[in-house]
Design a protein around this ligand. Structure first.
Ligand code: GTP
Ligand code: MG
Length: 188
């Protein structure tokens, strides 16, 4: 299904009536800087719907976008679990954990990993926690444009082995690879 409309609704720091209105929610999560907010813009074909940045920690709220009047896309802050004692990151980790595992709202999750780097320890931990919590999970191999052409097949094959059993979608906001496949998987 094509994305024909996208509207920013609200930035959340916790529970809100919007999460209780019955519209299905799809959460986009991953390490900070992996490209979640860029993906919002790429999927919706809008350059400035979500704010992006070179600096990790750009997104500090759960930003809710209404897509096609039928779904919410939730652009979450990046995770940095226990890697830092800085208050701001601890606060963001709390918000992510609350939404994904304590609130009753989250059923479908798109987990972005960097296709060039592969899944980090945090990514694997997150995947296992999501699986244990019975979430519907799609893993996006993001930024595939960064992989050298000559290395592409080897790298994707390696990732497919590491992430066996998960639905995988190669994606790039630079080249728009994967846009249709991901929209189809999420909205059909
Ligand atoms: P936080 O909000 O901090 O969690 O980050 P984020 O995951 O939302 O990342 P964001 O979309 O802000 O992008 C981080 C950086 O990665 C920016 O400099 C983007 O231009 C870059 N980027 C995003 N997607 C791609 C991609 O597909 N390919 C390449 N090469 N760069 C990308
Ligand atoms: Mg962001």
């Amino acid at each position: 299904m094509k994305i024909t409309s996208a509207t920013f609704m609200r930035g959340l720091k916790g529970d809100n009536e919007i999460l209780h209105d019955g519209i299905p929610q799809i959460a986009f999560i991953g390490r900070s800087n992996v490209g979640k907010s860029s993906m919002m813009n790429t999927l919706t074909n809008q350059r400035k719907l979500a704010r992006t940045s070179n600096t990790p920690g750009r997104t500090q709220e759960i930003n809710v976008f209404l897509i096609n009047n039928t779904h919410y896309f939730l652009d979450l802050p990046g995770y940095a679990f226990a890697r830092t004692k800085m208050k701001i990151w601890q606060k963001l980790d709390k918000l992510i954990t609350w939404y994904l595992f304590k609130s009753e709202h989250c059923h479908t999750v798109v987990l972005l990993i960097d296709a060039e780097i592969g899944p980090t320890g945090d990514d694997i931990e997150m995947l296992e926690a999501l699986r244990d919590a019975n979430k519907d999970i799609i893993v996006v191999l993001n930024k595939v444009d960064k992989i050298k052409k000559s290395h592409y097949l080897t790298q994707i094959t390696k990732l497919a082995k590491q992430l066996e059993g998960y639905m995988l979608v190669p994606f790039s906001s630079e080249t728009r690879v994967g846009v249709e496949e991901l929209a189809e998987a999420l909205l059909s």
